[in-house]
Design a protein around this ligand. Structure first.
Ligand SMILES: *Cc1c(COP(=O)(O)O)cnc(C)c1O
Length: 393
């Protein structure tokens, strides 16, 4: 374990809890409310001008529980300001709409989280914002010709949703800046293992629903930036559209954050153990996991990340049909079938039905996305072993 990772555990224990704010209580309590009483009519006007600077004037601008979580997320990603919104998808939509307007152009990787593609191809098109999809593993040289004079956002996600391609973020973010565009990344897989601002990004998105929540019982998203100007843009857009997150969910996310380092450390190792076991199986063609030395994105992962989470893909031999793979997944007893990830429990999801591609080749076979939880790893492997026997010989 590197120094940076051990420091992270200490910081997660102490971040976002200045004692004065909570009258000495260890974790920030839930502060609920719509009305915030103001000391005078003039103070109300003055305070309202500073509402994006945590001067509380109305519940929609957030309160102490939101701010505590914002401080935790901004610190773990190395940003200066964070805005909490109701879901991870809202955290994707808010900065896209903050930085793009009619007539602008956006670049998105082909491996992007499906609903982000849906937003770009649907509502954003309706508002006059054009999006071009690019191959996720592109070099900066190959991406350069896709920039237009009106390109304002380069969207990144590394590794990609479902297919786990690694992106050369520092090179691509530098290209975006040279072309006057903002580099925006979905860092949900990276969590604290990838430091988006140190690698040249301007905006970082996280679905806190995943490992920060950690218990599959909340939805929450964050948008982190590293400048006051970008903060005002993001906070202004979230406020204009009425985005808000429940303080109860923020409180649960703060609770989740306190144990996240321990959970992640266990799940990273358990995930790799399961991945290595699967890699040796004759039914499996390849593991889609950048922390595996055989993965084509491993060199980038090793250069840019300090660790991994426990979400990865399993690409099966091409002889298996979708029906075979459904039988395998349905035969698992410890892995639930469901969307989302980052909780304490293991999940399996057939990948191909969710993968959409416009400029890169489809997966060369059936795939399954696995999320490895906190169960005993030997039990998970035994479950996979019995379900693999359901595949045709
Ligand atoms: C889950 C997820 C989101 C969306 O989060 P929700 O809270 O479920 O809306 C965004 N990006 C990635 C990469 C995700 O996996």
């Amino acid at each position: 374990m590197t120094d940076e990772r051990s420091r992270f555990e200490t910081r997660l224990t102490h971040l976002g809890r200045p004692p004065v704010r909570s009258h000495g209580f260890v974790n920030t309590p839930v502060h609920r409310g719509s009305t915030v009483l103001q000391p005078s009519s003039q103070a109300r006007i003055d305070n309202s001008k500073r509402r994006f600077e945590r001067v509380m004037t109305y519940g929609t601008q957030g309160g102490p529980t939101h701010y505590a979580l914002e401080d935790v997320v901004a610190a773990i990603e190395g940003g200066t300001h964070c805005t909490i919104v109701g879901t991870g998808l809202a955290a994707v939509a808010v900065p896209l709409l903050a930085f793009l307007k009619a007539g602008d152009h956006c670049l998105m990787p082909d491996s992007v989280y499906g609903p982000a593609r849906g937003l770009a191809e649907g509502m954003m098109t309706g508002w006059g914002i054009e999006t071009t999809f690019y191959p996720p593993t592109t070099t900066a040289e190959a991406l350069a010709p896709l920039f237009q004079p009106n390109t304002r956002v380069l969207y990144l996600e590394s590794p990609g949703s479902h297919t786990f391609e690694m992106q050369d973020v520092p090179a691509l973010a530098a290209l975006a800046h040279a072309r006057g565009a903002v580099a925006m990344i979905d860092n949900t897989w990276g969590i604290h293992h990838f430091q988006p601002f140190a690698k040249g990004c301007d905006v970082s998105i996280q679905a806190l629903t995943k490992y920060v929540g950690g218990h599959s019982d909340i939805l929450l998203g964050s948008v982190t930036v590293n400048s006051e100007a970008h903060h005002l843009k993001v906070r202004g857009a979230a406020s204009a559209m009425g985005h808000y997150a429940s303080p109860d969910d923020c409180w649960l996310a703060l609770r989740g954050a306190r144990t996240m380092a321990v959970r992640l450390k266990h799940q990273e190792q358990a995930g790799l153990e399961v991945a290595r076991w699967l890699q040796a199986r004759p039914e499996v063609a390849r593991i889609l996991h950048p922390a595996m030395p055989e993965d084509p994105g491993h060199a980038i992962w090793k250069r840019d990340f300090t660790g991994a989470c426990s979400l990865f893909g399993v690409l099966f031999q091409p002889r298996y049909t979708e029906a075979d793979i459904f039988r395998f997944v349905d035969g698992l007893t410890l892995f639930g079938i469901g969307a989302s990830w980052g909780g304490f429990e293991s999940l399996a999801l057939p990948t191909n039905p969710s993968v959409q591609r416009s400029v890169s080749p489809p997966l060369p076979g059936q795939a399954v996305r696995l999320h490895v939880g906190l169960e005993q790893t030997a039990d998970l492997i035994a479950d996979l072993d019995q379900a693999l026997r359901l595949l045709p010989r």
